[in-house]
Design a protein around this ligand. Structure first.
Ligand code: BGC
Length: 741
């Protein structure tokens, strides 16, 4: 396919038409020139292939083909394993090929700002470094099979409330340090074929026509070469979108758009070159998709169901296991709670999959142990009859352990709306408290897409966070509960003690069409650590059925200079009796006075499988970005000189070993003017000599520590007792600037 030749043969009308989808799921193609449409479908954890793209209007969901539903990305990220995400991606690509889908609409790399966001189950983490690695792994997996991805929702789609109109007020630093890096890493490392813009505005500009976001950042800074499509009905001004770097409006808004865009080109509001640029990108995507169609796939839904179970095992997090209550081997137990036979295994909205089958824990446990079951409550709401309660409590007494399957009903969290609180339904808590009266050995298994409050945490010895574990989740839960494998996931988000502790609490979901990100860069553990607050479960926390010792933390050098790499490694030993995987986290903690920053930030991680008694080494490589912060002054990353502690940790609150490194760099250039703080000027090497030469020895001697806290120009005039001429002062500033080169 010769892109330039086709472009040169297209009429204005064809180009304009091509820039909008033909319907909900297909591009338009250029039939006259033999260019076919390509098909896009939602992921990211299964393929939601509608039978007929024309069937429903844009708001509705039509029936879809059946597919295997894998664990939600909230859980997949808890694996801290980009390889596992790639594995998922490969399975999704096989399914896409099997269903004739060219581009999968995912993954979603938005940062979890508030636990209330209705789509948190689809998002990866509160930490951009982790989210970026998992997103890149997933994209590489899908695209290795020549199926495209759409990295979404670019950017800062942090809430569902008013998502089509909300303006997210975010500082440049918070964007660069928190809300953009996951996208940045995925774009640079994995090169997604497409990026999907978000619905919301960032600082008053819709993402669909934000040229700073879509061109300056995405293309000029990060070197992105694929195309940007809109989220569904995210375009508000198609002409402006095309000029800003958006190629494809999905789905089409109708004939009025054709006229508007064509007229905008005719009257010069959009240049022919801008339109051609986007058409070229669409043709390039079509070319990739056509090449992709030439490779076959192995698509076996039964096999994928087994894969889903394997992935789910790595996506669940053992939050608590007092007294080694788990695994259940050798103990009698009962299952209580509707989720044990009807698990909640996926979230609502565009990612919802028509699953091929569902494996509940009640079904899965039959081949492992004889376990009796009581429903307890109805999973789809907040209701429990007296009989259900009585039956559950009576059953709980009869066994060594009672396993309670609790969680959030579908109606609580979904695309399209945010949660209002972090509680479990009241009936489930009541059931739990009643069971605890007769049975202290309780294990709670949670089915939820985002953190819940646990006022009962101290009374419950074991808690397994199963997240929304995909259609085979019951099997995975049974595998973990009975010790077929050890749990190994760790939290990719903090569980706060209560909603009010969350840093976005005062500003979520905002008022009318504006939400202010007043917490700035202090999101998730960056906030809780800075404020020294207790949390329910910290970022990075997760238990296994064994214990690990960490030692021998090594840095490849005790000094780091920008442009270099620093290798950090730590030895981990399995000191228990069970084989298990340990996720090791490397945090960087600035240990000098300087720019206000989070206490620690995740900059590396690794996972290792160790047999009892076995040791192994986990390694990570640090670079400039591991030490840098975003400077709003220079609009660039800056590595501040000073001491930094490198921590090897089992969680963000369980630091096992640390070593420090001296980072060398020139200080950030100070912008000097009449009102600059004198003390800052005098910190520049050579500044004192210059000032002394300028105002004379005696006058210079009068600049005491108190005057050092005042504004430069006025101090110089005061100590020299004369009005300094503008020209002379400017010449002095120039010399001070030269000293900083
Ligand atoms: C969602 C996207 C999804 C698209 C197509 C939108 O409402 O925000 O994530 O890919 O619909 O279903």
């Amino acid at each position: 396919m010769n892109v330039e030749k086709i472009l040169s043969q297209m009429t204005l009308e064809e180009k304009v038409n091509f820039c909008q989808g033909a319907n909900k799921w297909e591009t338009t193609g250029v039939p006259r020139l033999g260019i076919p449409a390509v098909w896009v479908s939602d992921g990211p954890i299964g393929i939601r292939r509608e039978e007929n793209a024309y069937k429903e209007n844009v708001e509705g969901f039509a029936p879809t083909r059946k597919a295997v539903c894998f664990p939600a990305m909230a859980g997949v990220t808890a694996s801290f394993d980009p390889g596992l995400a790639a594995d998922l991606g490969e399975n999704i690509a096989d399914a896409a090929k099997g269903e004739q889908v060219d581009v999968v609409l995912g993954p979603a790399a938005n940062i979890k700002r508030s636990p209330l966001c209705g789509r948190n189950f689809e998002y990866m983490s509160e930490d951009p470094f982790l989210a970026g690695k998992i997103a890149a792994g997933y994209i590489k997996g899908v695209q290795s099979k020549k199926v495209g991805t759409s990295l979404k929702h670019f950017a800062a789609n942090g809430q569902e409330t008013r998502r089509f109109t909300i303006s997210e007020k975010i500082s440049e630093r918070a964007l660069r340090e928190i809300y953009l890096p996951a996208f940045e890493n995925a774009v640079k490392d994995a090169k997604p074929w497409t990026v999907m813009c978000s619905y919301n505005k960032i600082n008053d500009i819709f993402s669909s026509h934000n040229s700073w976001l879509l061109t300056d950042v995405l293309r000029d800074d990060w070197g992105y070469e694929g195309l940007v499509m809109s989220d569904w009905v995210a375009v508000n001004d198609h002409a402006r979108s095309v000029s800003s770097g958006l190629s494809l409006e999905m789905p089409r808004s109708g004939d009025y758009e054709d006229g508007y865009l064509a007229d905008s080109v005719r009257n010069g509001t959009v240049s022919e070159e801008e339109l051609n640029r986007e058409v070229r990108r669409l043709l390039e995507l079509t070319k990739l998709c056509l090449e992709g169609r030439e490779t076959a796939a192995e698509y076996d839904k039964g096999q994928q169901h087994h894969q889903a179970r394997r992935l789910a095992r790595e996506s669940m997090v053992l939050l608590k296991n007092d007294g080694g209550l788990l695994p259940l081997e050798g103990k009698t137990c009962c299952f209580i709670g509707d989720f044990a036979q009807a698990p909640r295994y996926q979230g609502g909205g565009s990612s919802h999959i028509e699953s091929t089958e569902v494996l509940s824990a009640v079904d899965a446990v039959r081949s492992v142990a004889k376990v009796s079951y009581a429903r307890g409550f109805d999973a789809d709401g907040d209701s429990m009859s007296d009989e259900q309660l009585a039956e559950a409590v009576a059953l709980a007494k009869t066994t060594d352990v009672a396993v309670l399957f609790l969680g959030l009903p579908d109606a609580y969290e979904s695309e399209g709306y945010d949660r209002r609180h972090m509680h479990l339904p009241a009936c489930q808590e009541k059931l739990l408290y009643e069971v605890l009266k007769v049975q202290p050995n309780v294990c709670v298994v949670l089915h939820n897409g985002a953190p819940v409050e646990m006022p009962w945490v101290d009374s419950v010895p074991a808690i397994l966070e199963a997240y929304l574990g995909g259609q085979a989740c019951g099997g995975a839960v049974v595998d973990l509960l009975f010790g077929a494998v050890s749990p190994c996931g760790k939290l990719a988000e903090t569980f706060p003690l209560k909603l009010e502790d969350n840093p976005s609490y005062l500003n979520f979901p905002g008022f009318r069409d504006e939400v202010v990100y007043a917490e700035d860069i202090y999101v998730g553990y960056r906030y809780y650590d800075k404020k020294k607050m207790d949390v329910l479960f910290p970022f990075g926390h997760g238990l296994t059925y064994t214990t690990f010792a960490y030692d021998d933390l090594k840095l490849s050098s005790d000094t780091f200079r920008p442009g270099e790499k620093l290798t950090v490694s730590v030895r981990v030993t399995n000191t228990g009796k069970t084989a298990a995987k340990e996720i090791v986290q490397f945090y960087v903690r600035p240990d000098h006075e300087g720019k206000p920053r989070p206490v620690r930030e995740l900059k590396g991680f690794g996972k290792i499988l160790l047999q009892p008694g076995e040791s192994g080494t986990v390694t990570a490589e640090l670079d400039d970005r591991s030490f840098a912060y975003w400077s709003d002054e220079t609009h660039d990353w800056f590595v501040e000189a000073g001491r930094y502690v490198i921590e090897a940790a089992a969680s963000s609150r369980d630091i096992r070993c640390e070593e420090s490194v001296n980072v060398e760099n020139k200080p950030l250039k100070l912008h000097i003017g009449r009102e600059t703080f004198v003390g800052d000027v005098r910190r520049i090497a050579g500044a004192d000599e210059l000032l002394e030469g300028f105002i004379g020895k005696e006058a210079f001697a009068r600049i005491n520590p108190w005057l050092c806290e005042h504004a430069l120009y006025h101090v110089l005039c005061m100590v020299s007792q004369k009005h300094i001429r503008e020209d002379d002062f400017d010449a002095l500033v120039k010399k001070l600037n030269d000293l900083q080169k």
